[in-house]
Design a binder for this molecule. Sequence first.
Ligand code: FES
Length: 199
Amino acid sequence: MSENTNAIDAITAVRPSPGEKYFPKFEVTPELTEKAKELIALYPEGKEQSAILPIIHHIQEEFGYVCPEAMPWIAEMCKSTPIHVAGIVTFYPGIHRTCPGKYHIRICRTIACAMAGSEELLPYICGKIGVDPASMTDDEPMAVSPDGLWSIEAVECLANCGFGPNLMINDTLYSQVTRRKVDELIAEYKKSNPLQLKS
Ligand code: FES
């Protein structure tokens, strides 16, 4: 019993992140409730739990990640339980329990990209954005820069294996990335950062 409680506590523990200043704080608004109802209505009555994943995706899109407060709300909306929602959140590596930076880098670590140089590129990028690669663990695969502008995560295949090393910054894919290309990308993204902090 206490082991279960500890496991739930670990899953739902608050993970503060400097990236939070770039995203709105999770809050249940009429718009969010409406959106959840819309997604639930896509499934037959009695199958409300089918909407859990789409709602999780929507929350991640809006708030950057799925915070502990969101899980019981999703459960209530979908006639489920918080631990069931937490199980889904922890199952998929693409679902974040920590708020990413404004620019989230996903670098491919699968074999083709690793052989093309992504293993060496990862610590280089970490050095450029000011994060410690050792802080990226199985439990917390994402590292966020102290200014919250950047985060990085090593991921599996990005489906562009012939053109490695591959990485994505938010939704944009970059191929055959070199150190020089990393320098250019970081400079470009920094330049375009309008520093629009949440109000
Ligand atoms: S191995 Fe990197 S994109 Fe497939």
